[in-house]
Design a protein around this ligand. Structure first.
Ligand code: AQP
Length: 332
């Protein structure tokens, strides 16, 4: 059976981008068709300036939202990264295989280090090495597939390179994984700045639809989305990025195709109204289930405890094998 691994970072409230680009498919497809693990990757949230209490709160909220989005602990494993030591253990070994040049070429490192400096902070070493930790997350479980949005493609490519290099130097240890992306919704853009990804750690709230936004708030944000100077509703990512983003969101939420939907609308207003209603309908069950789960925090804790135990059992043999292969003396 195909093994699948993916995760969310508790750096902010989860967004429509996280949902359409990744989470929705985890619940609808991956947990049914594969042996799947989904993780709140909290160690990754420490790579930038952060408030410890907020990261802790967001980790619990993200786990709750993973379950609210339809993940069923009877079908898949849901857990928190820092509860399983194997991630950090393997990360160090992979740092001994990765190079400094490789890390500095990562687009997210370039973008986020500039953002940290602009915010007046210094760039943490862990921001540079975080793609190695992500490789460890994936390789520890022998994942064949990593379902992610487009923005993570480069990191999965690095994971493949590290796995191949390690296997060639020290003997076959890791499965070489591949990234998979949804056909529509792989890169949801910010509603106020359609040239930038809708990112949960961005400061600008009005361009970001959060999974827990009330319907009125979603409506307002979408009705105020930046469009383009033309009037015609056509799907053209280069020339009309704002309208293209709305058409993609509508297509992802209604099951249509963005090019075809472009021909259906005569005004931006009508497109925005339908997009808003489609998004509200897609998010409604998630918000409702989240409310139910918040009333039963013991259930979420139990899922995470059980998930961590299962995950540990899956990761340990591979990480132990990597330690032996690279030359570390077994503890006996
Ligand atoms: N805008 C997006 N469109 C499609 N997919 C997206 N994903 C994230 N944003 C979009 C996908 O969601 C999964 C979880 O993402 P993450 O938690 O690893 O990272 P993030 O949401 O991109 O948040 P960051 O890194 O804390 O900060 P920002 O957002 O500022 O970069 C992944 O599969 C991701 O591809």
């Amino acid at each position: 059976m195909t093994r699948v691994f993916s995760g969310v970072k508790p750096t902010g409230h989860l967004t429509l981008g996280n949902y359409l680009g990744a989470m929705r498919r985890w619940a609808a497809v991956d947990q049914h068709q594969s042996d799947a693990l989904f993780c709140v990757v909290d160690l990754h949230a420490l790579t930038v300036d952060h408030d410890p209490a907020r990261v802790c709160r967001l980790s619990r909220q993200s786990a709750t939202l993973l379950l609210a989005s339809g993940l069923d602990p009877r079908l898949c494993t849901v857990f928190v990264q820092s509860h399983v030591d194997e991630h950090a253990r393997l990360s160090y070994v992979l740092e001994c295989v990765a190079t400094d040049g490789e890390m500095r070429r990562m687009i997210q490192y370039k973008e986020k280090s500039v953002r940290e400096q602009r915010r007046g902070g210094s760039v943490r070493l862990s921001l540079l090495t975080y793609p190695v930790l992500m490789a460890a997350d994936i390789l520890a479980y022998g994942a064949d597939e990593v379902p992610v949005g487009d923005d993570q493609a480069q990191h999965v490519e690095l994971t493949r390179d590290l796995a191949v290099r390690f296997n060639q130097r020290y003997g076959h240890t890791f499965v070489v994984p591949r990234a998979t992306h949804p056909a529509v919704g792989a890169r949801v853009m910010n509603l106020q700045d359609p040239l930038s990804k809708m990112g949960k750690s961005d400061d600008a709230g009005p361009g970001i639809v959060y999974l827990l936004d009330e319907p009125d708030v979603v409506r307002k944000k979408i009705m105020r989305a930046v469009t383009d100077s033309g009037r015609e509703v056509v799907y053209d990512r280069e020339a009309r990025p704002g309208v293209a983003n709305l058409l993609e969101i509508l297509a992802a939420c209604s099951g249509g195709n963005p090019e075809a939907l472009g021909g259906v609308y005569e005004s931006y207003g009508a497109l925005k109204r339908d997009t808003a209603e489609a998004v509200i309908e897609v998010l409604r069950p998630v918000r409702e289930r989240h409310k139910e789960l918040c009333a039963d925090p013991g259930f979420v804790e139990e899922v995470l405890r059980d998930g961590a135990e299962r995950a540990r059992g899956m990761a340990r043999p591979t990480v132990d094998a990597a330690y032996r292969a690279i030359g570390l003396l077994p503890a006996g």
